[in-house]
Design a protein around this ligand. Structure first.
Ligand SMILES: Cc1cc2nc3c(=O)[nH]c(=O)nc-3n(C[C@H](O)[C@H](O)[C@H](O)COP(=O)(O)O)c2cc1C
Length: 320
């Protein structure tokens, strides 16, 4: 370990340095490569010991709310084949802490930062977005899709009219590029996606977790204290990919960030061929902390032999 005093110097890169060859642009924001971390699965204090965070296409940070939230009672995670079910419930130290702590540290390290915004009400989202407007965050990701909170979250993200109203209000509060993170827990995602875009979203992130649960057969009771949670990991990959495909078919020009089950460059590539401009890696980082950077490097190699796709991404375009 190096002997510097500054906290921002205390980080490591277990993978050797890499020159990125294939950047992308998401809603006008340049990413060094098309791979970001997914919100809630990245923590600077932990991840900096495994890789140089400035190497990622972007870092999407844990959802921030106007005041600190404690999240849901434990147990909050359960294993499932090829995935995990979580009911963390947006635990976070609040936007004021984020603005003086995690965000400046990430920017000092040279990261491109996507700030994930959480709320229980329209006023919550508005307060955070207004505070973030003067910050050095590169992009805001409005999470209207968390299945683990009783108000806000998924409820606003499953009602096109309510979502449209919220995004119009947030649009009036910030000039920052705004991606809206959508829920798969709806009958038809297209009208919801369209409402977000028509109301001022610059991009869409899809998907958040899929509602699910596990039951402990010794007690006959749900494992999670919250009873249900959100399923993520490789088991949701084909489902999430299908959502990106459907939204790309319906909305040919909106930038898309594909999320769900990515644990390899090949899976990231499938999202790009489905029409995504970029992807985020989530649950894979919970069992392999270097997964986001490894996926980015695998994808960089795969794009070498796909010059047309690489050219389109570098110019802010997509495969379809
Ligand atoms: C433990 C955990 C916490 C999460 N927290 C958030 C969050 O705060 N905000 C958000 O928008 N998504 C959150 N998510 C959802 C992920 O960002 C991602 O959309 C989802 O897990 C699907 O991707 P994956 O299969 O790669 O994990 C969380 C996921 C997990 C597993």
């Amino acid at each position: 370990m190096r002997g510097h005093d500054r906290e921002s110097d205390r980080s490591m890169n277990v993978l050797e340095p890499h020159q990125w060859r294939h950047p992308t642009i998401v809603a006008g924001v340049p990413w060094k490569n098309p791979v970001g971390t997914a919100s809630g699965t990245f923590q600077l204090a932990a991840c900096r010991w495994f890789y140089d965070v400035s190497q990622m296409g972007a870092i999407s940070t844990k959802g921030v709310s106007p005041v600190p939230w404690e999240g849901n009672p434990s147990p909050r995670t359960a294993e499932t084949p090829a995935g995990t079910v979580n009911s963390v419930g947006l635990q976070n130290p609040g936007v004021d802490h984020y603005l003086v702590d995690e965000l400046p540290k990430l920017k000092e390290l040279g990261a491109t930062v996507v700030t994930n915004v959480a709320g229980h009400s329209d006023d919550d989202y508005a307060e955070v977005v207004a505070k973030m407007n003067d910050s050095p965050a590169d992009m805001l990701e409005i999470n209207v899709s968390c299945p683990n909170v009783s108000h806000g979250g998924m409820s606003v993200g499953s009602d096109a009219v309510a979502l449209g109203r919220l995004i119009v209000r947030l649009r009036g509060l910030t000039d920052k590029p705004m991606t809206v993170k959508l829920s798969p827990n709806v009958t038809d995602i297209v009208p919801i996606a369209r409402a977000a875009v028509d109301s001022g979203a610059d991009a869409l992130s899809l998907i958040n977790t899929i509602v699910g649960m596990r039951i402990d057969i010794r007690t006959g009771e749900p494992i999670l204290a919250n009873r249900t949670g959100g399923v993520s990991g490789p088991c949701i990959f084909p489902i999430a990919l299908g959502f990106v495909w459907r939204v790309r078919q319906a909305l040919p020009t909106i930038p898309l960030i594909g999320i769900g089950g990515i644990d390899s460059g090949e899976k990231a590539l499938e999202y790009l061929y489905a029409g995504a401009n970029a992807v985020e890696v989530g649950a894979a980082a919970l069992y392999d902390p270097t997964a986001p950077l490894r996926v980015a490097r695998e994808l960089d190699d795969l794009l070498d032999s796909r010059p047309e796709l690489a050219r389109r991404l570098a110019n802010g375009g997509t495969w379809r």
